[in-house]
Design a protein around this ligand. Structure first.
Ligand code: SF4
Length: 386
């Protein structure tokens, strides 16, 4: 057994553990553990500095989770875009491939609480149907392995999936969505990265939320991936009490770059049953973005996005930099709130009125154009092979 597997075995993972180690009332511990499993491996547990700190909040269950009835279990309508059990196909050219229900830590804010940890819903038995679906859809060029955490699979199983994808000619890139570099960096072994680098281009998106998670172990894991030619990006979630502070976020982004991880997305927390106590007003996220831009390198600035409820996809949210127009000039402000004017070039777009009906007409035209492209691609796929 490898070290990371031994560490997993030593995880806090039962209602009894919550009672014995964290003083929960037995009934509450049982209810919380039933709503969403508890698993905290010894590495992540060791990062807690005091009860209620930003690490604690992410991994220790909270009674508030039980008070959140009436919220959606599947806020992003992933299941509605799932043609076979292991696949979410929302965007035209890429799919999410759910490979395992297991994670080395069950994050209390997880958007996929309804499935994660439940091997009846995400299972190895669906892997082949996922590969078959991807092979049958030539418009897919990008596959994101997710779950659960795909690095919970053994190297052998992971290679079976990655090599299976590489045999599909239209697959250009393979991405792994994994929290392991942050929560159990011991999982990133030389043997594993040597295996992955045979199947380039491989990308990793990982998930650090707080500067305390950037440890020597995490650094070693991320550098090992980068040294194998695997670009590593970070998808953080904005969470109350964890990282809803511009200084904390600035420190996190800078530290990520220092371990060769590129900040990629900052997500507004989704509206998910049992995780709403983490949500912050959007104004908090905008203020953070405002305090990042200009105050640190552009490389350290993620895109702040809201994953639209109901499955509309990621929508970028930006602080207001364009303040208006002065004739042909655009009036803008910079990061120091100094005002500048930029002489624009005359074009047709600018003539569109600010009248809401005109704007609606303009976007209707754009929606129709996207729709036409989708139909065209579908027809291309459905032409039978000669
Ligand atoms: S690692 Fe990812 S999938 Fe697993 S519980 Fe955390 S957020 Fe959810």
């Amino acid at each position: 057994m490898e070290l990371w597997q031994e560490m997993l075995r030593a995880s806090v993972d039962s209602g009894k553990d919550l009672v014995d180690r964290f003083g929960f009332e037995p009934e509450l511990a049982e209810k919380l553990n039933t709503l969403f499993h508890t698993r905290i491996n010894p590495y992540y547990l060791s990062l807690i500095r005091y009860p209620g700190d930003p690490i604690w909040l992410q991994c220790i269950p909270d009674a508030k989770e039980l008070e959140e009835d009436g919220f959606p279990e599947d806020p992003l309508a992933e299941d509605a875009h799932s043609p076979v059990p292991s696949i979410t196909h929302r965007y035209p050219d890429r799919v999410l491939f759910l490979t395992t229900s297991q994670c080395s830590m069950y994050c209390r804010f997880c958007t996929r609480k309804r499935k994660v940890g439940d091997s009846g819903k995400i299972s190895m038995k669906y892997i082949q149907s996922g590969l078959d679906y991807i092979a049958a859809h030539s418009e897919i060029r990008d596959v994101i392995l997710s779950g659960g955490d795909p690095l919970m699979l053994t190297d052998t199983m992971l290679e079976k999936i990655v090599s299976g994808l590489r045999q599909i000619p239209h697959i250009e890139i393979i991405r792994l969505g994994t929290k392991m570099p942050c929560v159990l960096p011991q999982r990133v072994t030389q043997k594993m990265v040597d295996m992955l680098k045979k199947y380039h281009p491989i990308y990793v998106n990982t998930h650090f939320n707080h500067p305390w998670e950037i440890t020597p172990e995490a650094k070693r894991a991320c550098e090992m991936l980068a040294n194998a030619g695997i670009p590593v990006g970070n998808q953080a979630v904005l969470m109350k009490g964890v990282n809803d502070d511009p200084d904390v976020m600035l420190e996190l982004m800078r530290k990520l770059l220092a371990i060769r991880v590129r900040p990629y997305y900052l997500y507004q927390a989704d509206i998910t049953k049992g995780a709403n106590h983490f949500r912050t007003p959007v104004s908090v996220g905008l203020e953070i973005m405002d305090k990042l831009r200009g105050h640190t390198s552009g490389l350290a600035i993620p895109a702040y996005v809201i994953d639209a409820p109901g499955g509309g996809g990621k929508i970028p949210i930006l602080p207001q930099y364009v303040l208006g127009r002065n004739g042909n000039n655009i009036i803008m402000r910079n990061y120091k709130y100094e005002i500048y004017e930029y002489p624009d070039v005359e074009d047709e777009e600018k003539k569109v009125s600010a009248d809401p009906q005109q704007i609606e007409k303009k976007y209707l035209r754009k929606r129709k154009s996207v729709q036409r492209k989708k139909t065209y691609k579908k027809e291309m796929v459905e032409v039978p092979a000669q």
